[in-house]
Design a protein around this ligand. Structure first.
Ligand SMILES: [Zn+2]
Length: 366
């Protein structure tokens, strides 16, 4: 088996194993009474239900993170080094984890508090209010992430290559897209993998290019990748995905609320707001997210094919995009030809081999 396949198989096994173990953990702490015990501790420290909820969430979160640390360290550090994909030092890895934990607390705790407020205030239709709230949170995060969150992890600066900057500006202009800037960031600080994207929404929209990409790709290849991204923009894929995601969220929240109420009764909890029962809610959200993933991936793969086609049509050339995909596959150690079932269930992009075949087969109307 080739190196890329082995790497991707291990990664998949880790992801699936981690997901399954995470569910088992949530289920076990409820059934074995650990969550009831933490609830008692939380109320012995504070009396307000909201503070008790926060205490409960922090304790459960800490126990889970500690238990799962070996798995996450293996996947995030050891495996990446073993396959020559990481530029992290031991220190930089932990520093990044620490920052991510901090950001998680600052964003996560207020969101959790509002969630718990909605659960307590609207016990019958909490799912509807939570859905609206989550939608608003995703808009705010999409708007603020490039300016407030990304810079905590990477240094962004306007790209130095003037010729490339002018070329990108022209491309975006042709497609009628206003961007706030074209930035490069020090992706090589942590990884050898390459990436480029449009980030942000509304006025924070910008092009961001990893320095790893700028180093390895020539202008034609970067232009082809950019034209692919502009395809997503032209065909409004972001908005379509958000619309689909919103529908999925509401359906999911409703189904979860029904299943949760059923379990609350079966397991003899007082009501849906009882702290000890809340890990079940996490479990149900996890299961729903996992089950709805393949459908969202199918839509995403379709969008990717359309964006590839757009890139070829816009540039009247498929060779640069093919070269870019070859390079990306090498640099990111992608499995060029994953098992069809794996691709069907878990991949948001068609396999590199399929994309290249599709690009080559596309007739250019000159
Ligand atoms: Zn794409």
């Amino acid at each position: 088996m080739d190196k890329a396949k082995r790497y991707n198989n291990i990664r998949l096994a880790l992801d699936l194993g981690g997901t399954l173990l995470g569910w088992l953990f949530m289920f076990a702490i409820v059934l074995l009474g650990f969550s009831s015990w933490v609830e008692v501790i939380a109320f012995s420290v504070v009396s307000s239900p909201y503070l008790a909820f926060l205490t409960f969430a922090v304790i459960i979160g800490t126990v889970e993170t500690t238990l799962f640390f070996p798995l996450s360290f293996y996947g995030g550090y050891i495996l990446e080094h073993k396959y020559g994909l990481s530029n992290h030092t031991f220190r930089s890895y932990f520093w990044e984890k620490f920052k991510a934990f901090g950001v998680g607390l600052v964003i996560g705790l207020p969101v959790l508090l509002v969630f718990y407020y909605l659960l307590r205030t609207f016990p019958e239709i909490w799912w509807l209010y939570v859905g609206v709230f989550m939608f608003l949170v995703s808009i705010v995060l999409g708007r603020l992430a490039p300016t407030l969150i990304f810079p905590l992890f990477y240094k962004f600066k306007p790209i130095e290559d003037e010729t490339l900057a002018a070329m990108i500006r022209e491309r975006c202009g042709d497609a009628g897209m206003k961007v706030e800037g074209i930035f490069q960031f020090d992706m090589s600080k942590t990884t050898k993998k390459a990436n480029a994207a449009f980030a942000g929404i509304g006025r924070s929209k910008r092009v961001i290019l990893g320095d790893t990409l700028l180093e390895e790709f020539d202008h034609d290849e970067i232009d082809a990748v950019l034209a692919h991204e502009l395809g997503h923009f032209e065909m409004k894929h972001l908005w379509k995905m958000m619309a689909v995601g919103t529908v999925f969220t509401f359906v999911g929240l409703y189904l979860v609320s029904v299943a949760y109420s059923f379990w609350i009764e079966k397991l003899g909890f007082e009501d849906i707001t009882q702290l000890a029962a809340l890990p079940l809610l996490t479990l149900l959200f996890g299961i729903y997210g996992f089950m709805s993933g393949p459908l969202q991936n199918a839509i995403s793969r379709r969008h990717e094919r359309q964006a590839d086609r757009f890139s070829v049509e816009m540039r009247r050339d498929s060779s640069a995009m093919v070269r870019a995909l070859e390079k990306l596959a090498d640099q990111n150690l992608a499995d060029r030809n994953p098992h069809p079932v794996v691709e069907l269930l878990f991949h948001s992009h068609p396999s590199i081999e399929k994309r290249i075949a599709h690009l080559r087969a596309y007739p250019l109307k000159i």
